[in-house]
Every structure is written in C-alpha cells, then in structure tokens.
Design a protein around this ligand. Sequence first.
Ligand SMILES: [Fe+2]
Ligand SMILES: [Fe+2]
Length: 379
Amino acid sequence: MNAQNPIKHSAYAKTAEEGLAAQEALDAGVTTSEEATAVAMQNTLLTPRFYTTDFDEMDAIDVSSVRDEWDVLINSMKADPNRGHFQKNEDWDDVDWDGMEPRLKREFIDFLISSCTAEFSGCVLYKEMKRRGANEDITTLFQLMARDEARHAGFINDALREAGIRVNLGFLTQQKKYTYFRPKFIYYATYLSEKIGYARYITIFRHLEAHPEHRFHPIFKWFREWCNDEFSHGEAFALLMKTDPKLTESFTNKLWIKFFLTAVYSTMWVRDHQRPVFHEALGVDTTWYGQEVFRKTSEISRQVFPLTLDIDHPRWRKNLDRMEAASRQIDAAKKRGGVGGMISRIGGMAKAATAFVSLYTIPSKPNQVPDSPRLQPAY
Ligand SMILES: [Fe+2]
Ligand SMILES: [Fe+2]
C-alpha cells in the first residue's frame, strides 16, 4: 500500500500505522464523542492504562534459546490468517441502539469503550517498542502484535460509531497518562492480560454458540478469531519470559507473579460485577463467568508461571466480594463528595486493601513448568 492508495479499513492493515490512519479517515465525518474519550482517558485502578517501559532493555532480549518455537510462532503471525476479518460483513446484523434497554446500553457502551481502550493500550505500547527497537526478532514481533491490536481497536470503534460514539485514538495517544513499568512487570502484566483476554472472549463465544438467543449484538460473532490473536500474543510473552529463567524462578519474582495474578483477577472481578445488566443480557452469571475465566487462565499460565492461585480456597470468593463492596463504597463516596464522602472513601480504600492482602496471602499452588511452553488454543 502506498500514500496514493491508502487501505480502506483497519482490517486489512499490515501495520498499526496503516490501521490507525484508516480509522482516522472513517472518523472524518463523525463528531468526536467527548464523553467517550473522557471515559477512555480515566486512570483509576480499574480502568485500562497506557504503559511505557525501558525499551532498550527489551530490545536487548536474545531469543536464541527458544529459536525454534519463536520462528514457528512468528511465521504463523506473519501468515496473517485474520487479515480482513475485523470488519463488518453480511453477518453483522442490524443493531437497534435506540430500542436497547437504557441500562443495558449504558453498560454495553462502557464495556466497548473499556475494551477499545485496552486494545489500543496494547497497540500503543507494541508500536512504540517496534519504533524504538533495533533487534529484528523483537521489532518483528511487536510490529505484528501492534497490527493486530490496531485492527481490534478499530473494529470496536466501528461498533461504537454506529451508536454515534467515537473514541478519539489520536487524542488518547497524545494526552493519556503513561504509566512506567519495568520490562519484567510488562511481561507479567501483558502476558496475563493477553491470556485472560483469550479466556474471556472464548468463554463468551462458546456460551453464545450454545445460547444464540442471548447474542444481543453481532460483535460477539467475531470473538473466536479475535481471541486466537490474543492467544498468540500471550504465547510470544511466554517465550520472552522463557529466555530468562530468573524471571519466573527467583523467590522475589515468584512473589511478583503472585501479585500480578491476584491484581489482574480481582480487578476483572470488580469490573465485571459493575455491569450486571450486560451480563444478564448475555445470560451469563457474572460469578460463574469470573471463576471460569480464572480457571482457564490459570490452566494456560502453567505453561510458564511456577505457581497458580488457589481460586477454590474459602477466602478467595469471600474477599473478591469484599473488594467489590469496597469499590462500590468508594464510587458512592466520590459522588457524595465533601468531608463525609472523603471519610467514606478512605474507609473503602482500607477495606479494599485488607481484602487484597487476604487474597494475596492465600497459599498458592506450586507448578512444575514444562520445558517447552508452547500451547494451542484449546477452549
Ligand atoms: Fe487485541
Ligand atoms: Fe493482544
């Protein structure tokens, strides 16, 4: 593709830059939805963030110890089986946004905006690593992952555009706050978010396959190919972690892995329980869904993490529920404002912290990591 003949849609983009330009062109006639962008701009413990890291350290990774598996993975990503997939086609049913129950509409839009921000957050980080790097293995991987995330974010924006909403991706890139994470924290957090993303999308996809009457929006039909992309991205991070055994074997890093598992799982739990009407419309019990996603993610993460969380421990569910109650208290206190609101907010934060400590101190289950981490999506 060249400048005279730009691609029409992000689904066909070979790079993140092409995908973003195509989305920008589609948005040319749409007024920016300030409200949606403001939601995407939020930085709280529960909302998707943008990350930056030590790109030089990441660029110095030597993948020769996992070369064979690396090449197989990169070649499968280069083959690009999902090119052209992430756009509307004849399977895209009409969406009656005006007729949608208002609470469902609100929660669903919130879900789409937060998913779009999360996809875009991956795109921004991967694109930046590609831009700054000189190591061909690393830049090739990150360019392929950025390509995928640009398509995913673009597709969600297509869905939002139909509701008259646009998340201004260019504005977000420039204005959203970036959080610095050391490379090893990027590996743990990003690996987990890719794998939990796979588990979330495939669980919804399989559920709606069995109960199509609950598919209230066509975007869910695209979830299988979507989660396969996320699965590959997770595989790449598993291989990156394999290049340096210390990352998963040292005592301190095991504590960090447990910390990230606990933080990612509990954040997801609280976030999902904030969207009861959305899950009801899907016919999904939020609590069942949470545990199911944790179970799948834990099983997958045994490919590289030396431990899994004990999600059947008696303290587990009890403290997730406490976290959720604390988060509702904090929300209500924020809205209330004033001195009373502030005191209630501090109380809520203390409750959330106590619940987190209780979750974190549940004994984890040790795991014998296999020599070769590579997995295929099996759910
Ligand atoms: Fe994605
Ligand atoms: Fe991804």
